[in-house]
Design a protein around this ligand. Structure first.
Ligand SMILES: Cc1cc2nc3c(=O)[nH]c(=O)nc-3n(C[C@H](O)[C@H](O)[C@H](O)COP(=O)(O)O)c2cc1C
Length: 284
């Protein structure tokens, strides 16, 4: 009863547990009740003890191993010319079944491309998108429209990040593939535009993909430029089988790393505000 995030489980005067009728509809189907029940007395819609609620593993990583794992992950942008086995892509996708989620995780879709030719067919359209960024940002009307329609976060990402890259022509295909970095595989997370929590869920999944790739000896990097291009260029949606009314949130390139990093990188810490006591407000 206590672990249910939606307080759906009640107890009657005979000490029998039951789902509280009018609350069942707010069930998140997280399965926590099934994972904790000593008698396997609870079953909820869509989950079974055979397929979903499994025996705990014998081994759980300790903190030292965990930090070592996290600190040795790198965003990989140089890959061996070797395809990723489909079984490894399946292992990466399987890891998503352990991820936390905000409401309606099933509304996030994943386009899985484990084929370099497909990726290469998309690159000229991505290059064109980056060319257009220059035009848009140089036009007061177009840049105003980006601000209005896409909001300040997107506008500032374009202005402070994509625009300087575009100006330097850093992404131009004549220099090689500096967008998807010759990766043999890419995963793209997308969803209907208005679906609840789809942005947060997609970013969590993308993070899980990167970490699982690292655990398999593969390299991965989140590529934000790819979804930005997809959302602006219709043909990219067709190439990646993304419904036209959906939006792409994040992409992750995957492949075998070409180089081994010799050192880890520990970055400066963020601004951390420790709030240890209630602030007494002087209200006039
Ligand atoms: C939201 C997000 C978007 C990113 N977009 C790109 C991108 O478009 N191109 C790229 O090369 N790297 C991209 N990255 C990778 C970061 O730049 C990378 O994490 C950074 O270089 C730090 O390196 P590390 O991951 O090895 O610590 C992105 C990362 C995040 C989290």
């Amino acid at each position: 009863m206590e672990v249910c995030p939606c307080n759906i489980i009640g107890i009657n005067e005979r000490q029998e547990l039951h789902f509280i009728n009018e609350r069942e509809k707010i069930c998140l189907e997280c399965g926590q009740c099934m994972a904790i029940c000593s008698k396997q007395a609870i079953t909820i819609k869509g989950l079974s003890y055979e397929e979903n609620i499994l025996k705990l593993p014998d081994y759980s990583m300790n903190h030292k191993d965990f930090i070592s794992f996290l600190s040795t992950r790198r965003s990989i942008r140089n890959f061996e010319d070797t395809p990723v086995p489909d079984e490894m892509i399946d292992q990466i996708l399987d890891a998503l079944s352990y991820a936390p989620y905000g409401a309606a995780p099933e509304k996030v879709n994943i386009s899985v491309v484990n084929n370099r030719d497909v990726i290469e067919s998309a690159l000229p359209h991505m290059e064109e998108f980056l060319d257009n960024i220059l035009k848009w940002m140089n036009s007061p009307v177009a840049s105003f429209m980006i601000k209005r329609k896409k909001g300040m976060e997107t506008y500032n990402t374009i202005k402070n990040h994509l625009y300087p890259i575009s100006k330097l022509e850093n992404y131009k295909l004549k220099f090689g593939d500096r967008i998807t970095r010759n990766a043999p595989a890419i995963l793209i997370f997308h969803s209907e535009k208005d679906a609840e929590e789809h942005t947060n869920n997609s970013l969590i999944y993308a993070t899980y993909v990167m970490l699982t790739a690292h655990s398999l000896g593969l390299g991965a990097t989140m590529i934000g430029i790819v979804p930005a291009a997809i959302n602006k260029v219709q043909i990219l949606k067709d190439i990646f089988k993304i419904p036209r009314k959906s939006e792409a949130i994040m992409s992750v390139i995957i492949g075998y790393p070409k180089y081994n990093y010799r050192r880890i990188i520990k970055r400066k810490s963020h601004n951390i505000f420790r709030i240890n006591s209630p602030k007494s407000l002087n209200v006039c």
